[in-house]
Design a protein around this ligand. Structure first.
Ligand code: PAF
Length: 286
């Protein structure tokens, strides 16, 4: 596996891959790999002749009071893990190389970014779409794999690709969970043992909601019933500050009134005002 830090060099390499007729896959990450990231790499490895993983803690997607400075980072550890998954190139550029002094462009997707995480994290999705557009242009992938835990990010990137005609197939990978049910995230590393029960209330809420829906397959179920049920699971934990508990259409992310096959339960909760956790699940079916 090669470690590449220069944007100019990765451009040259991927140009050669494309000219050679090779299928290029990209897994964009901010590092501190966990099993979730490794499963994205495994999925991409199956489809790609050449697999590129980018590792870049993208400063422009963090708000002023967010965890940019404390975001976990260990290049050597991640390098070893990526190598173990048969990655061809780990692309880990410096901030200055991605955003030189005179950098002045933003890629912005309207509407889809205005609510849910976009409401509490203004500017976050502009940061994501700008860096992902840059990564696509630098690595020229045929396809890119993103985790479904960041459901809004995935919807926003799909929209960007459609609107701007990026010739890249966007592949979603199902959420990978700990045995406890906790959705894997690099930010789980901030959780103290004493906060685990509160953190697990998200996946418990999801399980309860799914059970509630599956036991009423012949009835009309209103989103409000599901939201109330999940609220009752999460709110007793005093560590939890609920950002949102919503039921949305899994493509448009618009609020649903009634539960259908396309209804996605989406949750964002801040634990002890330090750790923002998100989780989601389709309510009907697997
Ligand atoms: O999901 C992430 O890790 C990041 O938002 C991404 C897509 C790598 C962009 O920085």
């Amino acid at each position: 596996m090669r470690l590449v830090t220069s944007p100019a060099e990765i451009k040259e390499i991927t140009k050669t891959y494309r000219l050679g007729g090779l299928t290029v896959g990209l897994v964009p990450t901010m590092g501190w790999f966990h099993d979730g990231h490794l499963s994205l790499m495994r999925m991409a490895r199956e489809k790609a002749d050449k697999l590129i993983v980018s590792l870049f803690v993208n400063p422009i997607q963090f708000g002023p009071n967010e965890d940019l400075d404390s975001y976990p980072y260990d290049l050597e550890r991640d390098r070893r893990l990526a190598k173990g998954e048969g990655v061809d190139i780990l692309f880990a550029p410096e901030r200055q190389a991605m955003y030189p002094e005179d950098f002045g462009s933003t890629v912005s997707v309207a509407e889809l970014t205005a609510h849910l995480c976009g409401r509490t994290r203004p500017g976050h999705f502009d940061g994501v779409t700008t860096v992902v557009a840059k990564l696509f242009n630098l690595t020229l992938p045929h396809f890119a794999v993103f985790g479904e835990k960041d459901f809004q990010q995935l919807a926003v990137i799909r929209k960007m690709v459609r609107d701007l005609d990026f010739p890249v197939e966007i592949v979603g990978h199902p959420i990978v969970r700990e045995k406890s049910g906790l959705a894997m995230s690099s930010r789980n590393t901030y959780l103290k043992e004493s906060e685990m029960d509160a953190a697990l209330s998200l996946s418990r809420g999801i399980q309860k909601a799914r059970k509630f829906v599956s036991e009423r397959s012949a009835e009309v179920i209103h989103a409000a019933q599901v939201r109330n049920l999940v609220h009752k699971v999460i709110s007793p934990h005093r560590e939890c500050e609920i950002d949102y508990i919503n039921v949305v259409n899994n493509t448009t992310l618009e609020d649903c009134d009634e539960i259908t096959e396309n209804s996605l339960l989406v949750l964002a909760v801040k634990i002890n005002n330090r750790i923002r956790l998100i989780d989601n699940s389709i309510l009907k079916g697997s």
